[in-house]
Write a protein that binds this ligand. Structure first.
Ligand code: SF4
Ligand code: SF4
Length: 274
């Protein structure tokens, strides 16, 4: 199967038995999985690198190229088609941040990269600048993992120290405190979060923990043209001025920062001007 994943541009891949993920699934997720893929037995997991260099800009590094949902779905569908040809009669379903599969847990079980102190997967030589994609299948395959050992040097904690909100602790990432999540929320933000957005170098997402990580300082550039070309590194209020929500979505239809519409970005940019 290696050549199929390599051809699809994956930096690493593996397989996890669905049974090993049961404790991460609630009833709704189990039902959804059974509906999507009756008799589902295995989750294939792959990591796709996206780093395009640390060019200055106010958009997080992950959303500058083509929307990763679109890129991964397209590339995973190619893998699915190759696997359907190899295993006729079996179901193969791609997923990219939009499936009931707990991707991080599946990557751990499949041995795809290592869990970093910031909670993200680290896949050398690309650091944590990778997107995870999954394929759900009723083909039974043995697990290729789990991941062994840690990739974090003793007492590093550079990611924790760099986090401006205290979201990172030894217990992991508290998403309710994560600025990346907050910048993507709709509506008014609490005053303390507004202040953090004002101070942040980004108006969408937050890269501070990843940029502080020694593994990411030497991360190799992505091999995938979708994440290296036609980059949007920054947005200004002028870029959005006069655009309706519909026009914004059309203009940035292939960008991951557009999924919440124009309002959160306008709010965040507005906060910077205060
Ligand atoms: S993305 Fe930003 S706010 Fe979230 S954990 Fe990392 S440094 Fe903290
Ligand atoms: S900054 Fe240090 S502790 Fe955090 S993920 Fe990177 S190596 Fe691990």
């Amino acid at each position: 199967m290696n050549h199929i994943w390599t051809a699809a541009g994956a930096a690493a891949w593996g397989a996890a038995e669905l049974g090993g993920l049961q404790s991460f699934l609630d009833d709704g997720a189990r039902e959804k999985i059974e509906t999507l893929c009756p008799g589902a037995a295995t989750v294939l997991v792959a990591a796709f690198p996206y780093y395009a260099g640390d060019t200055p800009g106010n958009l997080s590094l992950y959303c500058r190229g083509e929307d990763y949902h679109q890129v991964l779905t397209r590339r995973l569908e190619g893998v699915c088609q190759a696997l359907r040809d190899l295993h006729p009669g079996h179901t193969f379903l791609p997923g990219a941040d939009n499936s009931p599969i707990p991707e991080l847990a599946a990557a751990e079980l499949a041995g795809v990269g290592h869990k970093g102190g910031h909670g993200l997967r680290m896949v050398p030589p690309y650091g944590s600048y990778v997107f995870l994609g999954t394929i759900l299948t009723d083909l039974a395959l043995p697990s290729t993992g789990p991941s062994q050992g840690t990739i974090c040097p003793d007492n590093c904690k550079a990611c924790q120290k760099a986090c401006p909100t205290g979201a990172l602790t030894d217990q992991g990432c508290d998403v309710s405190k994560c600025l990346s999540d907050w910048t993507q929320q709709k509506g008014e933000l609490p005053p303390d979060v507004e202040k953090k957005v004002q101070e942040s170098p980004t108006v969408w997402g937050c890269d501070l923990c990843q940029k502080a990580c020694p593994h990411n300082k030497t991360a190799e550039l992505s091999t995938l043209p979708e994440f290296r070309e036609n980059l949007t590194t920054s947005l200004t209020m002028e870029d959005l001025e006069g655009l309706s929500n519909k026009a914004f979505r059309k203009e940035f239809a292939h960008k991951a920062f557009a999924w919440r519409g124009i309002a959160p970005l306008k709010r965040n940019l507005d906060l910077k001007q205060k």
